[in-house]
Design a protein around this ligand. Sequence first.
Ligand SMILES: Cc1cc2nc3c(=O)[nH]c(=O)nc-3n(C[C@H](O)[C@H](O)[C@H](O)COP(=O)(O)OP(=O)(O)OC[C@H]3O[C@@H](n4cnc5c(N)ncnc54)[C@H](O)[C@@H]3O)c2cc1C
Length: 346
Amino acid sequence: MGIVGGGLTGLALADRLHRAGRSVRLFEGRDRLGGRVSTARIGTQWFDLGPSWFWPGQPRMAALVQQLGLEVFAQYAEGAQLFETAQGVVIRDRGFASMQGSLRLRGGMGALVHALAARLPMGCVQTGQVVRSVSADGVLGFAEGDPQAFDQVVLAVPPRVAASLAFTPDIQATVRSALEAVPTWMAGHAKFVAVYDAPFWREDGLSGDASSQLGPLAEIHDASADGGGALFGFLGVPAAMRAGRRDEVISASVAQLTRLFGPHAASPVEVFYTDWAEENLTAVAADRAPLTHHPAYGRPSALVPRQDSRLFFASSELAPEMGGYLEGALAAAEQVAGWVLAAPVG
Ligand SMILES: Cc1cc2nc3c(=O)[nH]c(=O)nc-3n(C[C@H](O)[C@H](O)[C@H](O)COP(=O)(O)OP(=O)(O)OC[C@H]3O[C@@H](n4cnc5c(N)ncnc54)[C@H](O)[C@@H]3O)c2cc1C
């Protein structure tokens, strides 16, 4: 069994299939596992540059973090929120509802990926292996290195990224258009994190939550970890306007945090900035158009495997429920594992 993609879907699928006795090889194009899960570190502190949260009512995430012995804690949300008008006027105690009740993981979401990967057999996961082509008889072609053949192949990559691979023979037009029609959740977004020596805003009675009509950060939250302080924000600037302007975006974001949280915010000890729209193993050109709402995800009928299928598509966006979220990645892995195990092989 060959799995393409070492995001949460691919890893959870590999884990399920391995535990069901299947021999699994997983190929990840980046030089790290996790995909949209990406956690930066400074010493013992960690900072999520992709997903930060899961939520009560997501049973697969709750069960997995418990099984893996990971520590869950609540998003910090005590204190006043800030709202910045388009004219730069800062108003206290106003703005969007905070993310109160959202759950974070000690070690960040990277801890989940790390723990899941650690229980796979040695050598079954290879990073830095970009798959370029897939043949109907299960041969994967790589950007570098020899092709490899498998009895079954799962493309655990965002549907639009799957559509960009070379298929021989080509996939049916209905399958291609179904893949291309599924927007990748958060792929058009960018996240900025500013790290400080302490969460100084808490002493001012602020939660760290803010929303802004001026930007460049549209929505800001506390991202503190292990004693240090950090604020993160989602960029409100569209992908096309951010492109190639990393330094400008970073300095405008620090300036905005200073307007909102005071002079201490002007001197972060570190900043991190990930523009997911620029990551070609996550986003395609169509993902640069900002999504205005969470799409109604689900598996289009053209992507439901036939009884004799050897090729399967998986990703959070194709999940039977909670599509787009981490919980959806686990739900997709669960569903596709069932299909793979039921399919005739050989
Ligand atoms: C900024 C941001 C914030 C988010 N916040 C949250 C949140 O708070 N809570 C939440 O539940 N969800 C959140 N999400 C969504 C969450 O990250 C995704 O639902 C989840 O990570 C999807 O996992 P996946 O494995 O399906 O896809 P991905 O993580 O995209 O994994 C696909 C993998 O395939 C690899 N790949 C792609 N093409 C190839 C190729 N050709 N060859 C080899 N490998 C390839 C990629 O490198 C990647 O590792 C957020 C996402 C982003 C970007």
